[in-house]
Write a protein of this length. Structure first.
Length: 325
């Protein structure tokens, strides 16, 4: 199935326009360039099959017309789609379209920018980037050769040909740099120093971290490149970056705090961000003292071979070390 022999094209167009209208109603896609990308890139070509409810597989070639219709509707629903499961573990997905839209708008992409994407997934995000910037400006990297092979097929079927690399995303891809923007579609345990080295001064890095999205600005100084920025307001849940080191810390037990607190989204974010530095009781005391701080009060600094998370001020009293690579 490709863009020229797509028997779902007419029905998919109706579903796609409905998806875009929903995203716009939610406050995203105010940028006409990104709205055009979402209106024109056929998401269903990137998810010929996906899993719902754990293991039920919906696919475009299902002989049951009702299940086939479910597949097409789901391809344009505003939700994440599990596209690859291995040994019961989710290893790749197509992210929620409205979240993708917000992330792409937060990248603040300009004409002529070169972008590195970490985590190829289905290839859909790379297609949106290529629609906006052109194929040559976009590089996407994934560790898994099965993922990159399928991403290439999906991209070609939709008429896009960015550079798709099989490699360790934690190392970036210096041969195609330097980059003006780096976007990750997987959760980081830390910010790879190699990404900073592959960026031009002033570059922007946007990546899932803990249960949020960190937006870093790369700067040049006498001691070398450094990066600093705050979290966005938006919550974000992605599969972990594979290939990067695992944070060598214990997972805290939340039974030490009231259940209503341990299940609070902002408190869980604080626990994830300070894992290994604060136990749940310390985190709870801080959270209450600071009046349940929103994500955007937190930030990350990467400098002089170190990196740390902080609340309100990178040099203030609330700071927690992160592993550096």
């Amino acid at each position: 199935m490709d863009a020229h022999t797509d028997r779902f094209a007419a029905a998919a167009a109706e579903e796609r326009w409905a998806m875009v209208r929903s995203i716009v109603a939610g406050g995203a896609l105010g940028d006409p360039g990104w709205r055009a990308a979402f209106e024109e890139v056929p998401r269903h070509l990137f998810v010929p099959y996906y899993f719902v409810g754990g293991y039920e597989r919906l696919w475009c070639e299902d002989p049951d017309p009702d299940r086939q219709a479910r597949w097409l509707r789901g391809a344009y629903a505003d939700g994440p789609l599990a596209t690859r499961i291995r040994d019961g573990e989710l290893i790749s997905s197509s992210s929620q379209p409205s979240l993708m839209a917000r992330m792409l708008e937060e990248l603040d992409i300009q004409e002529g920018h070169r972008v590195l994407e970490i985590g190829a997934g289905s290839g859909y995000n790379a297609a949106l980037l290529a629609h906006r910037l052109g194929d040559d400006a976009v590089t996407t990297v994934d560790l898994d050769p099965e993922i990159t092979e399928s991403a290439r097929r999906h991209l070609a079927a939709a008429g896009y040909h960015p550079t798709v690399i099989t490699g360790d995303g934690a190392r970036g891809w210096p041969r195609r740099g330097p980059y003006d923007r780096i976007i990750a579609t997987c959760t980081l345990p830390c910010v790879p120093q190699s990404w900073l080295e592959q960026c031009v001064p002033g570059a922007r890095i946007l990546a899932p971290f803990a249960t949020g999205l960190i937006a870093l600005r790369v700067r040049e100084a006498a001691h070398g490149k450094y990066a600093e920025g705050r979290f966005l307001h938006t919550a974000a849940y992605f599969v972990p970056l594979r290939g990067a080191p695992v944070r060598p810390v214990r997972r805290p037990h939340t039974c030490a705090v009231p259940r209503r607190v341990s299940e609070n989204d902002l408190f869980r974010f604080l626990l994830e961000l300070t894992e290994g530095s604060l136990d749940p009781r310390e985190a709870l005391a801080l959270w209450q003292r600071e009046k349940r701080p929103e994500r955007e009060r937190f930030g990350i600094t990467v400098r002089d071979g170190r990196q740390w998370a902080w609340l309100d001020d990178p040099e203030g009293p609330y700071a927690w070390p992160l592993p550096a690579v």
